[in-house]
Structure formats: C-alpha cells, structure tokens
Design a protein around this ligand. Sequence first.
Ligand code: BDR
Ligand code: CA
Length: 323
Amino acid sequence: MSPVSIPVIMDCDPGHDDAIALVLAHARPEIEIRGVCTTAGNQTIEKTTLNARKIMSFLGNDVPVARGCAKPLFRELITAASVHGESGLDGPALPEPQWPESNLSAYELMVKVLEKSDRPVTMVPTGALTNLALLLLTRPDLKAKIGRISLMGGAAVGGNWTPAAEFNILVDPEAAQIVFSSGLPITMSGLDVTHKAIVTAEDIESFRSIGKRTAVMVAELLDFFKKFHEEYFAGFGGSPLHDPCAVAWLAAPEIFISRKARVDVECAGTYTTGSTVVSFARGVSHGGAEGRIPPDEANVDVLFDVDREAFVALLRNALEVLD
Ligand code: BDR
Ligand code: CA
C-alpha cells in the first residue's frame, strides 16, 4: 500500500455507478477503503447493502460493509429501479457474498473508523446523505477527523430526476443541506461534470476485451446501465459514470476543473425541492465576472469539467490491474 494513500469511507447505494466507484477505489493505490457504508436510494437498504457486500466480496476486499438508514431523515424513500433494476444491480450474475454484514450500523462504523484514524479521513458519499448528516449532527467532535467530503450529488444547472434536482440530493434534501452547511471542505461531483464523464459503447467493449473477471463484470454492469441512458439520454452518446467521479477526483484531481462556490439545498420548493443552489465565489466565476458572494463564504469546490479520455483511461487502467 502506498504510504500516501488517502483513508476513505465509502457511503453508497449500489447501484451500477456506485459499484464501479467501489471497484475504482479498491484498485487505486492512492486510496485506502476503511469502511463501506450503505444508504437507501437506488434501491431499498436491504438490496443496496447486499449489493455492496457482493461487490466487495467479488473484489476480495474484506473491509466492513455496514447498513445505513432505511429511509431519509424526514421523507419517504424514492428508489430508482428504472435505472438500476429490481435488484439495484441488475446485469451480471454476482456470487453471494463470502463475508457477513458488519454487526455495526453505518453510523457506528463511521464513528469507529474516524475515532481510530490517526490521519484525516475522506468521506465519499455516492448516494443520499442521510448517514453522514446524522453523524455530523450528533458527533460534531468527529468533524476534526474528516479531511474532506468528496460527494456525488447536485448540479449547478438542472437535474436528472426532476428538472431542478439530481437524484441523490432529492432523496434526502434536508440531510444534504446539513452536509453542505457543515463547514467541512467539500468537493461536489454534480451533473455538471458527471454528464461529461461518459462511457461509450466502444469503451465498454474495450473494458470487456481486457478479459479479466472484474473487467468483464464491469462491462456487464455497463451493458445494463446503458439501456436506460440509450432510451432517455440518447444525446449523451453513452452513459454518465456519476459516482466514479467522486473517486477519480481523489486519484487524479488534475483531470478535473473546479470552481469555488456557495452551495445550499432547496428543501421547500414547489417545483425545485432538492435543487442545489450554486452561487459562484467572486473572482472565479464564469469568464472572470464577479459573482454574488465573497470567497470566504464559498463552501464547495464544484467540479465542472473532466478530461473524458483521461477519465476512461483511469478506469481502464484500474480494470487492467485487477483480477
Ligand atoms: C446518482 O443517482 C443514482 O442513481 C446514481 O447511483 C448516482 O449516485 C446520479 O444522479
Ligand atoms: Ca449512487
């Protein structure tokens, strides 16, 4: 293991792109997964937890996988079977997990990992922010142990589940606002960048042609994932790999472009619930124009662009080194 590796806690709702984010985090030497927490979102907590266990088991990584909250803080759960199927991870035939679920809850695992760590831990949420919000509310002392949050969610412009809201933020907007207003450093991989992190049909074939079992499994995940995007987002020319952006930024920040901004979450809109309201910090706004807020009120590094070829190469390299 690289001595400079970043300890991370993954907090996910696998989910095809969550699963690929786990694969990428497992493969990269800069990243050390200390725990996998699950959240309800793409499917129920029972299904996302089983899926996370299956993926970590497939990878031969026996890091604890701990079950998170079954529902958002205040709202009923929205799931995304239309994108991820009834299992939440339809497509490849994954073997049953070799290891049991952790006897800790996601919350307890986060506490344990943070308390034990002698280095700042990066939280990598790629689903609703329910678990992390609970942690920040109830154990503010542990903020000192969190180096950064690299999350997938939100958008400066638009949405994918409603015209104004991205799915992860829409599932639990109140939790998201608690996280965004926590004062911790945050990198946001929202739709602005993830809709540029596209894998094409040719990329999928190139992954499959690596021939190794993880590469073939990822190709099979993408075979299923692409059906939804071909039907509803044909103009993309492929599938956006949302969640792997939050991991890829940790491994290769130089392939992304970010801008500092103030981000808050609309929790009470008639048409805009779950939208992330992004105000640019002065001096780093579009075309150098002055934004509405002073830089010291910026709370998020918002990713806006990625070198798509480099992003796909990062993933391909990961698949080449794994069995
Ligand atoms: C997000 O929603 C989920 O369906 C994906 O896993 C990703 O985290 C994209 O909006
Ligand atoms: Ca997800």
